[in-house]
Design a protein around this ligand. Structure first.
Ligand code: PRP
Length: 181
């Protein structure tokens, strides 16, 4: 499929301002250090900006998850493909995600993290595709509510492309035509 950017939904400036606001909110809400857990790969730009928007001490760790199958639809079965490097027991943990869609990934991650006995567990997502939700999962910090469109940029990809765009855009997909016309 050929992907073309059809519309910029969130400009670089809009994202920067919202992430700074979220950082100020985290500063108000937390007394001590925050352990931010970045869910690879899409949340990398959000984590990088959010952690620098906070003045309280921040520690970071990374994990990766995968839904089984090749489908872009979440299968509902999630597995860890990369675990955290360190224990989170007794820590104030914030899961940092780029987007929540069905909610299945976050539901799994919350259960998995809670079993490790953090002192507290909250969730920050940059983008909430609220109309796609299939399970009710608590989200504490939301950057933007977004429509049900195929979004790329600021970490989000289409087949690995577009993660480095500084803005969030919707794409159009069309069949590639092969052969001579
Ligand atoms: C995205 C996103 C979440 C998940 C949300 O990850 O980062 O982990 O999908 O979908 P859900 O709410 O329906 O479970 P993706 O599989 O695109 O991986 P990536 O971050 O490595 O691109």
């Amino acid at each position: 499929m050929k992907a073309t950017i059809s519309e910029i939904l969130l400009t670089e400036e809009a994202i920067r301002n919202r992430v700074l606001e979220l950082g100020r909110q985290l500063d108000r809400d937390y007394d001590g250090p925050i352990k931010m857990i970045c869910v690879l790969k899409g949340a990398v730009p959000f984590l990088a900006d959010l952690m620098r928007a906070v003045t309280k001490p921040v520690f970071i760790d990374f994990l990766a998850v995968s839904s089984y199958g090749q489908s872009s639809e979440s299968s509902g079965v999630v597995r860890l493909t990369k675990d955290l490097d360190e224990s989170i027991e007794g820590e104030d943990v914030l899961i940092v995600e780029d987007i929540i869609d069905t909610g299945l990934t976050l539901q799994y991650l919350r259960q998995n993290m809670l079993a490790r006995k953090p002192k507290s567990l909250k969730v920050a997502v940059l983008l909430d595709k609220v109309e796609r939700r299939r399970v009710d999962v608590p989200v504490d910090y939301v950057g933007f509510t977004v429509p049900d469109r195929f979004l790329v940029g600021y970490g989000l990809d289409y087949a690995g492309h577009f993660r480095n765009l500084p803005y969030v855009a919707a794409i159009d997909l069309e069949e590639e035509t092969h052969g001579e016309s």
